[in-house]
Design a protein around this ligand. Structure first.
Ligand SMILES: Nc1ncnc2c1ncn2[C@@H]1O[C@H](COP(=O)(O)OP(=O)(O)O)[C@@H](O)[C@H]1O
Ligand SMILES: [Mg+2]
Length: 217
């Protein structure tokens, strides 16, 4: 089973947006997908509740309420982390994942918080031992803004323990398509192609990485 965790201690960075779109991407491809919501706000489970019966099914797991109980037969488990995940809770969440995606938005406050969070993450034992693959994604990007340039430079420069580069995979633009998708329990991959073409192109390096062995330790 592929296990993918979307993680950042900061609320509003796009964890639920990425988790639901990753789940929708794999479901649309024909994989058996489960979406585990570790947040007591249940935003991922709300998204699932809005999803039409005609769409490829995604199984919801209320991990915040009932723990992580994964049904048999799941190919891809996508985990949506809560905000403010630190210390022991961070360690135990990270241990469950082969792959971690960290969304960061181009705001000075978020970038400072991301800096602290990523340094903490680098001290988690499985990360130090390279037993988990990690990548960053810039989210809610507005092209050409100073904040975006700063975020890009910051994410490009990040290093893993031991000095290897922490891959910065994709820049997802701020787009109303994510709001439309969220409302309807869809991913941007499930709209008419023309409607979300630019956003899909932004996602390509991320989905390619997630679907390849490069994101598996
Ligand atoms: N790329 C984006 N473009 C537009 N809106 C976005 C984008 N990413 C996230 N949002 C919106 O920002 C808000 C916070 O995102 P969310 O995914 O819920 O963050 P988190 O789960 O980290 O708290 C939501 O209203 C979401 O729809
Ligand atoms: Mg969330």
């Amino acid at each position: 089973m592929r296990t993918i965790l979307v993680l950042n201690a900061k609320g509003g960075s796009g964890k639920t947006t990425l988790a639901t779109n990753i789940a929708g991407y794999f479901a649309d491809r024909g994989d058996a997908v489960a979406l585990a919501d570790f947040d007591i706000q249940h935003s991922s489970l709300d998204w699932l509740a809005a999803r039409g019966e005609d769409r490829p099914a995604i199984r919801g797991i209320d991990a915040a309420g009932q723990g992580l109980r994964v049904p048999a037969g799941v190919d891809v488990l996508v985990m949506d982390a809560p905000a403010a995940t630190h210390a022991e809770a961070l360690g135990s969440l990270v241990k469950r994942a082969q792959t971690i995606v960290i969304p960061v938005i181009p705001s000075p406050v978020d970038m400072r918080a991301a800096e602290h969070f990523i340094s903490e993450l680098m001290t988690v034992r499985v990360v130090e031992r390279h037993e988990v693959k990690i990548a960053t994604v810039a989210n809610r990007a507005r092209e050409g803004t100073q904040a975006m340039t700063g975020l890009g430079e910051y994410l490009e420069a990040l290093k893993l323990p031991g000095g290897r580069k922490l891959p910065f995979l994709a820049t997802l633009r701020a787009s109303v398509n994510y709001l439309k998708a969220a409302e309807r329990g869809l991913s941007i991959f499930e709209f008419a192609p023309a409607a979300t073409q630019i956003d899909r192109e932004c996602w390509t390096p991320l989905t390619r990485w997630l679907a390849s062995s490069r994101s598996i330790p």
